[in-house]
Design a protein around this ligand. Structure first.
Ligand code: FES
Ligand SMILES: [Fe+2]
Length: 351
């Protein structure tokens, strides 16, 4: 599929893959098997046996290896065939499976689907906040979304929709649409920020503020990093404009393309309030996922259906005051995908 391949994507939440799991997920239109070796380190293989193409996740684990369910070829975590019960046991040259670089970080498993020689772990986005989070203040969530991932980037990078789409928990009462939010473009990262005063404050914060019906200074900031990772900071404070003294919620929205029409949507949620409440933690994460499912997803899926697979720019979209950030993200990603394609064709010519 058309997407950036030489980059890290979230393949799973770390807890989705337990010690005995034969976890499988489709990423960039490729089936992937993820499992943990005896020492706990995770491994990822193409989930397809090279003999008759049986999905390997239907097979079984034999120590640190995986045995195909169909004719019992066995593969190690590097994808090498280590055992064949057929004939004299000779392993055919083609009997190997592609393995993918996989790194566990921030409670997530990050996979590299492109050229493995370029898979430097330093290229995983830097989210130092997640290094020291209290377990009761951090939540990891997953949603399967029936939409192309760039439509979801558009949704999160243009938060003017919150004024019109979201219910009382998130509603920003028309304050965002009026603004032309400042945008900072750092190349592979684009940052956009809105600030406003709202009374009563957003439902997310109101019950926790000193005066739940009074005015509050609020802000929301989104930082996109290529290809499709977004870091939101949302805050509210009363009686000053010093947001550090107020309530802050940090939310990571990390998107992994499954196919041209579907996306794995991972959330990681953090906050600076009620940090020791596991109940609040669970409720916050559930509220976020329920809100996206009920309020964002149906619209984004309807947009996709209406677009009918057409290229976004070919439809000549009208652009609004909140569009510079999502447009910059789209253009930057398109340029990265183009550069990657050029690199690959050069490599093919050279080979
Ligand atoms: S399909 Fe896997 S061994 Fe035959
Ligand atoms: Fe939304």
């Amino acid at each position: 599929m058309k997407a950036l391949h030489d980059t890290w994507y979230v393949a799973a939440i770390a807890t989705e893959v337990d010690a005995t799991a034969m976890f499988h997920r489709r990423i960039l239109d490729t089936s992937v098997l993820i499992y943990r070796k005896g020492d706990g380190s995770p491994a990822a293989l193409h989930d397809r046996c090279p003999h008759r193409f049986a999905p390997l996740h239907l097979g079984k684990r034999v120590g640190d290896e995986v045995q195909c369910p169909y004719h019992a070829l066995r593969f190690d975590a590097s994808g090498r065939c280590t055992h064949s019960p057929h004939g004299d046991g000779t392993v055919p040259a083609r009997a190997c499976v592609r393995s993918f670089p996989l790194v566990e970080r921030y409670g997530l498993l990050w996979i590299w689907m492109g050229d493995a020689s370029r898979a430097a772990p330093e290229l995983i986005p830097h989210y130092p906040l997640l290094d020291h989070a209290l377990p009761t203040a951090v939540g990891h969530g997953y949603m399967h979304m029936g939409a192309h991932y760039e439509l979801i980037v558009d949704n999160v990078m243009d938060l003017s929709h919150v004024d019109h789409v979201h219910g009382p928990l998130l509603n920003t009462a028309g304050h965002l649409s009026k603004q032309k939010p400042p945008v900072r473009d750092d190349g592979n990262s684009v940052l956009v920020r809105w600030e406003w005063q709202q009374q009563p404050p957003m439902g997310l914060f109101a019950p926790l503020l000193q005066d739940p019906s009074g005015p509050a200074e609020q802000f929301v900031q989104v930082q996109w990093t290529a290809p499709s990772n977004m870091f939101l900071t949302v805050g509210a404070v009363q009686g000053s404009r010093d947001y550090e003294q107020g309530l802050i919620s940090w939310d990571f929205h990390l998107l992994t393309p499954e196919s041209e029409t579907s996306t794995h949507y991972y959330f990681v949620s953090l906050r600076n309030f009620m940090v020791e409440s596991a109940e609040f933690n669970a409720m916050k994460l559930k509220n976020m996922i329920d809100t996206f499912k009920a309020e964002d997803e149906p619209l984004i899926a309807a947009v996709q259906a209406e677009m009918g697979g057409a290229d976004f720019w070919s439809l000549k979209p009208a652009l609004l005051s909140s569009d510079p950030a999502p447009v910059k993200a789209r253009r930057r990603l398109a340029a990265l995908i183009e550069a990657e394609a050029a690199r690959r064709s050069q490599a093919l010519v050279a080979a």
